[in-house]
Design a protein around this ligand. Structure first.
Ligand SMILES: CC(C)(COP(=O)(O)OP(=O)(O)OC[C@H]1O[C@@H](n2cnc3c(N)ncnc32)[C@H](O)[C@@H]1OP(=O)(O)O)[C@@H](O)C(=O)NCCC(=O)NCCS
Length: 146
């Protein structure tokens, strides 16, 4: 009952698909402090979002509270990255809402395989049916930052 009232009283979350709606100064402030893109420049944040296949941002009361993006060939694979929700808006389904929004776009709906990398947010993605990779030895990467 308590959670029903909480949900009824909670401000509406709106999802935007247009890259022009992204508040890049705020997105940069968030992403430059993450473990996966520590110290990233504002230009590289903007370049990454603009070159993505699809982006999403979440708004509460006109304020941007979350971002995520996806790179895909629109048929066989999609790679999700830069999923971030403002601290004060966490735990309300914003991340799940953004991922559903990305994955259900008409252009991406028939994508066969979805990938992402996470250090500690596995539970968020398990709720969307992601599983840890069954054959991690098949995954390879080249780290050019070294
Ligand atoms: C991880 C993050 C994106 C989750 O955003 P969120 O909007 O709070 O997530 P949701 O509300 O959609 O949470 C989905 C569920 O997973 C759980 N959950 C949320 N964050 C979690 C975390 N870090 N670890 C484990 N479970 C988590 C929630 O309890 C929720 O469960 P419920 O539906 O039963 O209540 C957010 O905490 C964040 O931005 N963290 C910092 C950046 C980061 O780590 N991004 C992810 C990179 S892969």
């Amino acid at each position: 009952m308590k959670s029903l009232f909480k949900n009824l009283l909670a401000p509406r979350i709106e999802y935007e698909t247009d890259v022009e709606r992204i508040d890049f100064p705020l997105a940069h402030e968030w992403l430059r402090n993450t473990y996966w893109s520590k110290g990233i420049s504002r230009n590289r944040v903007e370049q990454g979002f603009r070159a993505s296949t699809a982006v999403v941002s979440a708004y509460v009361g006109g304020q941007m509270k979350g971002i995520a993006r996806c790179i895909s060939d629109t048929t066989r694979f999609g790679y999700i990255t830069d999923v971030y929700v403002a601290e004060e808006s966490r735990g309300r389904g914003v991340a799940q809402g953004m991922l559903r929004n990305l994955m259900q776009r008409p252009a991406l709906r028939s994508t066969e395989y979805w990938y992402l990398i996470t250090r500690d947010a596995h539970e968020v993605y398990r709720k969307l049916e992601f599983q840890t990779f069954d054959k991690p030895e098949r995954l390879m990467r080249l780290d050019k930052r070294r």
